[in-house]
Write a protein that binds this ligand. Structure first.
Ligand SMILES: *[C@@H]1O[C@H](CO)[C@@H](O)[C@H](O)[C@H]1NC(C)=O
Length: 198
């Protein structure tokens, strides 16, 4: 009897507490550092669903030195192999209803089997936002990565427009890179967003 009462009180209390969470969203930073990473860019290690969002065609990678991780050792990385098998990279709402994408860090590298042997590469990346429940592109922005060093570069931050709220999906594509070979790796870290569970 007492335990039932206690349980209901707890339930009522916790659901009351969760109301402001669902309306105002939960601030998140995806660093991928708590995921198991392999040292080589590999299709066998997809990020999958992480902190509410699904990372399509993005694998957990230990960044190495070509493009340095923004935090910890791990980044999310796309390789051409992964793209061919699973479509272009995208970040979409999975276990949450929608998200406001605020900013992320990215860089490009020559894609070698050993990430330690790769080099940073200039590139332009297009980010295309889709509002939750819509299959019509809402907005696209391009962001450029210019390595600050020829062998070991920091990532570049891209800040998204404040109108990029309540998104369902963001598609990512390489629109230009220094080499015309399809041997590019795109590395992403510290994805900052607010997620909404309703
Ligand atoms: C990246 O995220 C980590 C973990 O939240 C944080 O400590 C670090 O300051 C962030 N770096 C930048 C440049 O935002």
């Amino acid at each position: 009897m007492f335990s039932n009462f206690f349980f209901f009180t707890l339930l009522a209390f916790s659901s009351a507490l969760s109301i402001p969470r669902t309306t105002s969203g939960v601030q998140q930073v995806a660093t991928f550092d708590d995921l198991i990473a392999l040292p080589a860019l590999s299709q066998v290690n997809p990020v999958g669903v992480y902190k509410g969002l699904k990372y399509n065609s993005l694998n957990v990678l230990q960044a190495g030195t070509a493009v340095k991780a923004q935090s910890g050792a791990n980044v999310a990385a796309n390789s051409i192999t992964g793209t061919i098998l699973t479509g272009g990279p995208s970040i979409s709402a999975s276990t949450v209803k929608s998200f406001d994408l605020q900013n992320l860090y990215f860089g490009c590298a020559a894609n070698t089997l050993q990430s330690a042997a790769s080099v940073p590469q200039q590139c332009t990346i297009a980010f295309t936002a889709f509002k939750a429940g819509s299959s019509v592109a809402y907005d696209t922005i391009n962001a450029q990565f210019n390595p600050d060093n020829a062998v070991s570069s920091k990532m570049t931050q891209v800040k998204f427009p404040s109108s990029w709220t309540k998104l369902g999906n963001v598609e990512i594509s390489v629109v230009q890179a220094t080499t015309t070979e399809l041997l590019n790796a795109l590395l992403i870290d510290n994805v900052s967003y607010k997620s909404y569970s309703s």
